[in-house]
Ligand binder design. Sequence first.
Ligand SMILES: [Zn+2]
Length: 214
Amino acid sequence: MTTLLAASCGRVVESPSAPARRTPASPCDERGDTFAGDVKLARCLTEWFWEQRFQQAGETYRPITRFVAYHGEDGPDCGDQKSVPDNAFYCPYGHFVAFDATWLQEMYDRMGDGSVYVVIPHELGHAVQAQLGTRFRYNAERELQADCYAGATLSGLIRAGMIKEESGDESELLTNLEAAGDPTDAWWAPDAHGTPEERQTSFAQGFNEGPSAC
Ligand SMILES: [Zn+2]
């Protein structure tokens, strides 16, 4: 995320006079050096990020109830919708997130850990939308806001010292945006996620300006 981060310097609107930071203690026990560890860490840190945001607004973040790894065809139903392979989704019935771990690990192995740090914050972004009761005219708006939330989450976590950007992360993240996240959510229009350019723009907006810009 080096370049994205550099691009955001000077345009960070959230903490213009942040004091020098010590290395903060992580709120999460998980270690992010394996696929399984990164997935759990991404979930934990993303929910921690939203907890802080909700708290700042005088609200209480409602954590997801389940975080389900499945493989191919054996995913959980969402309402009367069957889950499908090669997907990740947020289910409003039961307020949970599920992901095809085979699919996600394949991306992780091929494209790096950024895949996990795009997909999981994107899906948890849908959980936040559900909690906020945000309404959308078009599905693409919902999806682009989730991308924006994912960008905001990542930059928030970097600024909080919870994750460190590595060189190559930016292209990794942007590549992942093209491939990632609930492509076949049956209860929204299937190909209404926005173009890759729109998704990247939305992600970058959240990254540079924070969740209130989403
Ligand atoms: Zn989505």
